[in-house]
Design a protein around this ligand. Sequence first.
Ligand code: HEC
Length: 152
Amino acid sequence: MESYLNNRVLIVFFCSFFVLFSCKNEQKIAEEPTKKNVEYDMYQPSEMAGFMNAMYAYNVQLKQQIIAGETSVNMPLDLMKLHSAEMSNGKGRTAVWNSFVNVFIESQQSVADTISNVELKDRFNAAINNCLACHKTECVGPIPKIKKLLIQ
Ligand code: HEC
């Protein structure tokens, strides 16, 4: 009699354990889609977006220096990041991107070139126009903001 009772207790224990266990599993499955939505809604700038913003900030400062009649001799950005940085949503580099990126890098570097005989303002505007050339097809959103960098 005693062992029969013990068995019943054990059976009830195991049954409730399984019920709890399977409930937890069901909850997990139900929670997952909400979790994904939350991640999707959050704005997480990509490595490339972060670098683009750094290039923007650098050129804002460069424009002010040029307008003030100063020359810029150092270019603090590692432009090779354009070749390696990860882009949003796993976007890849398109043929258009590849056709513009090196031309841009050269023009951005030439702004800090102290022995060039091309006017500084023209070199700066050429670099900004190369930002715009790539943006026309690759990322149209920031175009108005980039256009404001041009020195009139
Ligand atoms: C070779 C193509 C190319 C060149 C050159 C280029 N960009 Fe971009 N830019 C992009 C692409 C593509 C994105 C989107 C990146 C992403 O979402 O990961 C972007 C994104 C941006 C953004 C938005 C970043 C954000 O917060 O989402 C800004 C601002 C920007 N670029 C400014 C510039 C400026 C200023 C220059 C020139 C100094 C420049 N870009 C040169 C292709 C280019």
